[in-house]
Write a protein that binds this ligand. Structure first.
Ligand code: PEP
Ligand code: MG
Length: 323
């Protein structure tokens, strides 16, 4: 089977009825690029920049960040690279920031909330990204966006830094797509309004499931609730994809669900445009998608959206994919 998958490294990801989707990779450092290329990744769908900030005792400088971002953009040689701005807090702590302890870190001062408050940290990262932008196909996304005001504030800061760099005579790419992660139910529910202002969505199901089901993604005792195939999650995913398409925008997914064999047929049917997963899952997913008809999966998606339980959904997928 592995040998069969290996033949697909340079093949496009098209369904049996010729619908193209993009299979891209989640990475944490520039070193991960080798795996992306080896596994036929069509780009990077999530570069988790936190790792630049972790395992050290002070913030990375603009120069250090610039070098890392440039390396990733050059390494992907013009293929799309979606960089997520700093998503610290929750499960990812930075001891040197000395933030006060919180009762509920996952519901607290993290990610974009922290960046909008600690603007020095945010601006340094954005400058490094903007300076690197002319070395490849950069797209930027903000994590944990809950309101349009947050998106607008973050975008305004990005614009300010861009103008400063241009005034300094630095090169910045003309067009950098700007998107948000959909990880908070409020944002999925309001996706039609967000879609008017963002260039793309990337659904972060790892957090979206936890916040929708009120079930900690790390807690074994409530893992029975943490279910990607729950009809409630599928409906949120559909809302986001439909909202983006209504405005001529695209939607990706970068949570674990995007690489899940049971989820992929449904996501294909719902019209997801980009699937971002660990590099080692890409060839298997490509092989699966090439054997599915999008038109059949659209019918499956329609069916499962109207089901009542997770187990019904899983059963329906099994039935539709084992012909
Ligand atoms: C997610 O929440 O789905 C996601 C991709 O982000 P992380 O796993 O880094 O929280
Ligand atoms: Mg997340």
């Amino acid at each position: 089977q592995k040998a069969e998958w290996a033949k697909l490294v340079n093949e496009p990801t098209v369904s049996a009825d010729n619908h193209h989707v993009e299979l891209v990779a989640n990475i944490g450092t520039p070193n991960d690029l080798k795996g992306v290329t080896a596994n036929g990744g069509e780009g990077v769908g999530l570069y988790r920049t936190e790792f630049l900030y972790m395992g050290r005792d002070q913030l990375p400088t603009e120069e250090e960040q610039f070098e890392a971002y440039k390396a990733v953009l050059e390494g992907m040689a013009g293929k799309p690279v979606v960089v997520r701005t700093l998503d610290i807090g929750g499960d990812k702590e930075l001891p040197y920031l000395e933030l006060p302890k919180e009762m509920n870190p996952f519901l607290g001062f993290r990610a974009i909330r922290l960046c909008l408050e600690e603007q020095g940290i945010f601006r340094t990262q954005l400058r490094a990204l903007l300076r690197a932008s002319s070395y490849g196909n950069l797209k930027i996304m903000f994590p944990m966006i809950a309101t349009l005001d947050e998106f607008r504030a973050a975008k305004a800061i990005l614009e300010e830094e861009k103008q400063k760099l241009l005034t300094e005579g630095q090169k910045v790419a003309d067009k950098i797509e700007l998107g948000i992660m959909v990880e908070i139910p409020s944002t999925a529910v309001l996706a039609d309004q967000f879609a008017k202002e963002v260039d793309f969505f990337s659904i972060g199901t790892n957090d979206l499931i936890q916040y929708t089901m009120a079930a900690d993604r790390m807690n074994q005792r409530v893992s029975y609730l943490y279910q990607p195939y729950s009809p409630s999650i599928l409906r949120l995913v559909k809302m986001v994809i439909d909202a983006s398409h209504a405005e001529g925008k695209w939607t990706g997914m970068c949570g674990e669900m995007a690489g899940d064999e049971t989820a992929i047929p449904i996501l294909l049917g719902l019209g997801l445009d980009e699937f971002s997963m660990s590099a080692t899952s890409i060839l298997k997913a490509r092989s699966l998608i090439r054997n599915l008809k999008k038109s059949d999966m659209e019918k499956l998606a329609q069916e499962v959206l109207n089901m009542q339980t997770t187990s019904q959904v899983i059963e329906a997928v099994n039935l539709a994919t084992t012909k």
